[in-house]
Design a protein. Sequence first.
Length: 233
Amino acid sequence: MTTLGNLLGAMMADVTHARRISDECAVRLAEYYQSEPLLQGLPVPRLRLPEVTIDVPVIVDGYLDGSSHQVKESTELVATFSQAAKSVLETEKVAIDEFEAQFQTTFPPRLEAAMQKTFQNFEGVSLRVRTVRAAQQTVDEILRGSEVEVSARVRSSLQSAFKKMAETEIFESPALDSSISLKVQSNEVKGHAKSEESYKTVTNLRVVLKEEELTWNYLTNSDGTSSSQLMIQ
């Protein structure tokens, strides 16, 4: 079964793949021009895809209802996040011996309370963000109440671990968006076009894809750590 989203995604992915291959060829040509004395002063040819128009006939086969997220039990998530925090602190060689018992007894109930509050009202991806924030804030509160000093690098490692858990562990099953089912095979479209009911479901899908560029922007933070962001040109 093909959905409208799958079809559009495949089109955009193929065009993006074509641009990547073109850029890789341009780099190889540039290196070749640089190595040849007679070519060094010449402009390097580069092919671009500023705009691509795709026009295909499709059959609208039906409408598929979506489903909501199925969230795991908060107690299960608390255990997972607690183990992740403990593993990071041990890996980063944070001296947790003197307050390990306090951490193991304090973190789960505090995180449980924070997650219960988070789960009261959530919408999709924002739940992941709020869960990571709740876990991070809970760890920060416990560390502030102890004598253990934690560097910015350790806090960043904790946040990365929580983000990884949020991506893979929060939902029992992800939400499925409502979608439109399509048939795009040429033989199916041609066969259906000859039927008396074809005017109801056969349509032309015309998509115009325009090129937009992203570049990596590398930043140095005030605490000495570095970060990178994708910026739209």
